[in-house]
Each structure stands twice: as structure tokens, then as C-alpha cells.
Design a protein around this ligand. Structure first.
Ligand code: PLP
Length: 385
């Protein structure tokens, strides 16, 4: 039985695609570690032929994630980057894409250093201003690619405004929703055509596997992406699919704690004398706080703050004990990172300067530990500056 769309988010997370196994009644989806499937005769099979094309564990995860984002279908890939690669692989030489200028660093690396070699063109604009998006559109533009909030500067883009431009110009709007998860932001309901996630982050939530997903509003995109899974083969393994199926069951509960603690940590940082600036959409002085309240149902747990210099950032990052210094985000553990030398190193000093990523910036993904322990840890680390 399909899980009805009318059910609440937490219920869908636990039950959509996660119905008990019809063979045994097992309450968790079985992992099907098989490369192929026995056929009864030529062209006679149970819907599965080869696991690059389809796998029952993967099919269950795709059903679940489509239900959470409100799409017609979802396709999962070996990583977030593989999912983004599949999206831009739907384009052709000569096509043009308008993108945010403050994306996760790996995304412009793929666009500029791989896709540009195949004749796809990219223009980077500040998508927090919809007029700039519209101004960059050319005759050859096929897609607008947006991340909101951005990584690491937490700038927002008005999805309803950008999607109405895309509709008018007949372009596809793609939104990277990794930072918010479908629990706090539903871009398809605001008019986006595709949503992409690094499932490595909040959807899996336990920092124990990489993955990516594209959730589609239109069957046509879902079919093209299924073809790309088969043709290019960057699919998610049944084991990793199972990890996401397990992780997503607690997504609603985790996001509530991430959000609650995120607000507390952002408030604390904004009052700390060693912190020069805090970037968090939940703070009332964030320039797009009102848009955040309108477009998202929570503010999440991603916070970036300015320590003033590379030396200050390094001093505090060496001192943290509860927070783990490392790339990535969205895990149950608090992860703290240095964008200039980690996620955004590929942009180079010029590229970082152009969008305001300084050497003193530190990004924190607030986990679900006891928030007082996170605050104490940050306090002793910041006071070492
Ligand atoms: C916003 C965002 N999108 C995409 C990616 C790429 O995902 P993955 O590392 O799973 O390839 C990341 C990775 O950090 C990210 O932060």
C-alpha cells in the first residue's frame, strides 16, 4: 500500500517506501545485495533485470525521498556531486545555466572544470536578487541553479520569485536543498522543477555514507535521470540506500533538535566578544530574516561566523573537543570547518574574495549533543583567541 500524501512529514519519513517486507514481515526494508535477477524466460521477469538499472532497496529509498519532497519521483546517486552531475548531464553543448555565485565549492568546480569542456556555459550571479537572475538569462539559457541558504554565507534566494521568472522564460529551476532538508524547506511547492540533496548530510544524518538524490516535479525529468543512472552508472549501492532509509526515519526528530540548538548557538555567538559577525537566517538582524520566515519552516543548524583572521580561526579550531573539526555537515555530531581551506579551497583566493569568504570564517553544523556541552566547548575555544 502506498503511504498517503495527506500523512504528516514524520509519518511519511518512517512509512513511505518503508512498508514491512511482504515476504517476511520484517519492519525494515531488506538490503538486496544483488547485481542481477533470475528471469523466467526471455523478457519475463519480476521488474528487475540488472542492479545498475534498478534495485528493490534503491526503489524504496527513491519512493521515500519523493514523498518527503513532494515530487513525482526521485533518483538516487553515489554522492551529492554525482546527482548534480546527472542534472547538468541532461544539458547539451551550447546550453547556458545561470547559477548562484556562492554555491558549495564542488559545484562550480564540476561546472567550470568538467562541464565547460563539453560546451555548457555557466554565469554566476547573486541569486539573492531575482533581478540579477533575470538579467543573466540568455536565449541559450536552459536552467537556473540555486542553493538556498548558501554555503557558507547563509544568503537566501527567493524561490517563489525565481520560479516565476523561470516559468515565464520556460527554464528549469533546480534547488540544492541540502542545508534545510525537506523538513524545513520544500522548493517544489514554491515552483522548483528539481531538488537536489547531498544525502550525505541531514537526510542520512549519521556521517556514515555518501549519497545524492534528485527529486523531480515532472515525470519527464525523472525518466531522463533514470536513463542517466543506467547510462552513466553513478548509482547508490543497496547498502548505502539502506543507511539513508534508516537515517531518514529520525529526520523530523533530528531536525527539531538541530534547529533548537542552532538558534541557541547562533544567539550565543552573536553576543561573544571574540566573534565579529554571525551569518544565520534565524537571527533578526540577518538581512533576509523575513524571507527565511516566509520560505522555511525552521532555520536549521548551519551557522557561519567571523573570527577575524586565519590565525584566530586556526587557534579556535585546534582547541575544540566536543565539536569535530572536519568537512561535511548535517550529522548528529557537531562538525566545525574552515571554508577557505576546506569546502571552498577550489575557488582560489580571488574567487573567495569576490563573494566574501574570508580566511577568518568558520562554519559550524550544530549537532544534537546536549547544547550546553557545545556552548562550553565553543566558549573555551573562542577564549583561546
Ligand atoms: C550544499 C551541498 N551540495 C552538494 C554537496 C556535494 O555532496 P557530496 O559530498 O555528497 O558529493 C555538498 C557537500 O558538502 C554540499 O554541502
Amino acid at each position: 500500500m502506498k503511504t498517503p500524501k495527506s500523512l504528516g512529514f514524520a509519518t511519511r519519513a518512517i512509512h513511505a517506501g518503508q512498508e514491512p517486507d511482504p515476504l517476511t514481515g520484517a519492519v525494515t526494508v531488506p538490503i538486496y545485495p544483488t547485481s542481477t535477477y533470475v528471469q523466467q524466460g526471455i523478457g519475463e521477469h519480476k521488474g528487475y533485470e540488472y542492479s545498475r538499472v534498478s534495485n528493490p532497496t534503491r526503489a524504496r529509498l527513491e519512493e521515500n525521498l519523493a514523498a518527503l519532497e513532494g515530487g513525482v519521483a526521485a533518483r538516487v546517486f553515489a554522492s551529492g556531486m554525482a546527482a548534480i552531475n546527472a542534472i547538468v548531464s541532461m544539458l547539451q553543448s551550447g546550453d547556458h545555466v545561470v547559477c548562484g555565485n556562492d554555491l558549495y565549492g564542488g559545484t562550480p568546480r564540476l561546472f567550470n572544470q568538467v562541464m565547460a569542456n563539453f560546451g555548457v556555459e555557466f554565469t554566476y550571479v547573486d541569486t539573492s536578487d531575482p533581478a540579477k537572475v533575470e538579467g543573466a538569462i540568455r536565449k541559450s539559457t536552459r536552467m537556473v541553479y540555486v542553493e538556498t541558504p548558501t554555503n557558507p554565507l547563509m544568503r537566501l534566494s527567493d524561490l517563489a520569485a525565481i520560479s516565476s521568472i523561470c516559468r515565464r522564460k520556460r527554464l528549469d529551476l533546480v534547488v540544492d536543498n541540502t542545508f534545510m532538508s525537506p523538513y524545513f524547506q520544500q522548493p517544489l511547492s514554491l515552483g522548483a522543477d528539481m531538488v537536489v540533496h547531498s544525502t550525505t548530510k541531514f537526510l542520512n544524518g549519521h556521517s556514515d555514507g555518501l549519497g545524492g538524490v534528485v527529486v523531480c516535479a515532472h515525470q519527464e525529468h525523472a525518466e531522463k535521470l533514470a536513463f542517466l543512472q543506467k547510462a552513466a552508472g553513478a548509482i547508490l549501492s543497496p547498502f548505502e540506500c539502506w543507511l539513508v532509509l534508516r537515517g531518514v526515519k529520525t529526520l523530523a526528530a533530528r531536525m527539531e533538535i538541530h534547529d533548537r540548538s542552532g538558534r541557541i548557538v547562533a544567539d550565543y555567538l552573536s553576543k561573544h566578544k571574540k566573534v565579529k559577525a554571525v551569518f544565520y537566517p534565524g537571527l533578526s538582524d540577518h538581512p533576509q530574516h523575513l524571507l527565511a520566515k516566509r520560505q522555511m519552516s525552521g532555520f536549521g543548524s548551519m551557522i557561519t561566523f567571523e573570527t577575524g583572521s586565519l590565525k584566530n580561526a586556526n587557534t579556535m579550531l585546534k582547541k575544540v573537543r566536543v565539536c569535530s573539526l572536519g568537512e561535511s555537515l548535517g550529522g548528529v555530531e557537531t562538525l566545525i570547518s574552515h571554508p577557505a581551506t576546506m569546502t571552498h579551497a577550489a575557488l582560489g583566493p580571488k574567487g573567495r574574495k569576490a563573494i566574501g569568504i574570508t580566511d577568518g570564517l568558520v562554519r559550524i553544523s550544530v549537532g544534537i549533543e546536549d547544547v550546553d556541552d557545545i556552548l562550553d566547548d565553543l566558549d573555551q575555544a573562542l577564549n583561546a583567541i
